[in-house]
Write a protein that binds this ligand. Structure first.
Ligand code: ADP
Length: 372
């Protein structure tokens, strides 16, 4: 894969070098040809003038008037003054100017042609690159998806076989069953994400906005998820806003958004202590919600890409964190459907995800929006 990419870029490089050389050679060739044309015209006109001079001298004076009109037609660039025949300097200058105009035209056309070709190559290069990136992401997704499904399924099989074959105490059985139910939750969560993504891709489903105080919506979600997050090492710090933040939200969709952000904050933070801050505040006409962690962080170049479907930072073969690269895509799509915005900010240590929703004080209830 890498070597074929290298070959493509080598081919591109060669085409660019060839184009540059071709245009440079073409310009030099045109300049030489035009200079030769000018020199040739000057010599030829001087020779014609010498010949016509001889003819003029050999013609009887009474026949010169007729000869003169013929000469004017045949050699418009020659002048006759008394007995002298010479090349009209104005004509010569006009010819030179005309030729130089052609040269200038080529001098503009050449680089323009080069520019158009390079632009075309750049566009082709970019689309090739994004195609390669899509291929890479698809491969990553397939690898991640098979891993994500295989792990809980193998665990479930193992636990079920143990329960079938071994005589276990009631407590052990309950512990195994709880473990199995966690694995089933994990599978359910995975299929939910895949379903939500395909619904988004196909434009199905609907967001039903209702007026909520963002402080309360966040508290409710946190209360639901707190135990699971704390069990994974999260230390949650909730900093609500001092005033109410009325916004139009679909509570279920919002819960999916916040749970994805919290899940990532914990997932991408090193053990054992994983502090996560959830802050709310009012900024102009917007209600702002921040989820901040002290985890592995993000580079500036990744801030946009992480919201694209199936994008995961790094290489799937060496990655240790689970995931399909769909969480942030869902976060962004759903937030925008609710009229909000989301972006990521890198921190010296960790990262911050910011959601902003228009405050609903001054406006009516938002209309129902489709997941399209
Ligand atoms: P997933 O977590 O399933 O890979 P996401 O769409 O949720 O997919 O995230 C996309 C990528 O963005 C992740 O693979 C990860 O590299 C990066 N990322 C997301 N959240 C964080 C975070 N809080 N800190 C560092 N990197 C993150």
């Amino acid at each position: 894969m890498r070597s074929s990419r290298g070959r493509v870029w080598l081919a591109f490089g060669l085409v660019v070098v060839f184009l540059l050389a071709q245009v440079a050679w073409w310009l030099i060739f045109q300049r030489n040809t035009i200079q030769q044309n000018i020199e040739y015209a000057e010599t030829a006109w001087l020779q014609e003038a010498a010949l016509v001079q001889q003819l003029w001298a050999a013609t009887a004076p009474e026949k010169r008037a007729a000869l003169l009109s013929e000469l004017r037609q045949a050699f418009p660039h020659l002048e006759v003054e008394g007995d002298r025949v010479y090349v009209n300097p104005e004509r010569l200058k006009a010819y030179r100017t005309e030729q130089m105009r052609h040269l200038r035209m080529f001098a503009y056309e050449g680089p323009f042609f080069l520019l158009v070709m390079l632009l075309g190559l750049y566009i082709i290069g970019r689309s090739l690159k994004s195609e390669q990136e899509l291929k890479r992401r698809q491969q990553n997704f397939l690898m991640a998806a098979s891993h994500e499904f295989r792990t809980p399924i193998s665990t479930l099989r193992l636990l079920a076989q143990t329960l079938q074959m071994c005589e276990l105490s009631r407590e052990k059985q309950l512990a195994y069953l709880t473990h199995m139910s966690h694995e089933i939750d994990r599978l359910e969560d995975l299929s939910e994400r895949l379903l939500a993504t395909s619904r988004l891709a196909q434009g199905m489903g609907a967001i039903k906005p209702e007026r909520h105080d963002l402080n309360q919506a966040v508290s409710r979600c946190l209360a639901q998820q707190q135990n699971t997050l704390v069990a994974r090492g999260a230390v949650l710090h909730l900093e609500p806003s001092s005033t109410a933040l009325p916004v139009d939200l679909d509570p279920e969709a919002f819960s999916l958004v916040l749970s994805n952000l919290l899940d990532n904050a914990v997932k991408y933070s090193p053990a054992p202590q994983k502090p996560v801050w959830v802050r709310l505040r009012r900024e102009g006409g917007q209600a702002m919600l921040e989820v901040e962690d002290r985890g592995v962080g993000l580079s500036r170049g990744e801030l946009q890409q992480i919201f694209e479907p199936f994008y995961r930072v790094g290489d799937e073969q060496t990655r240790s964190t689970r995931g399909l690269g769909l969480g942030l895509y869902l976060v962004k799509s759903i937030t925008e459907l609710m009229g909000g915005r989301v972006w990521a900010e890198p921190l010296p240590q960790g990262s911050r995800f910011v959601l902003s929703f228009p405050l609903a004080e001054a406006q009516g209830l938002a209309p129902e929006r489709s997941l399209a």
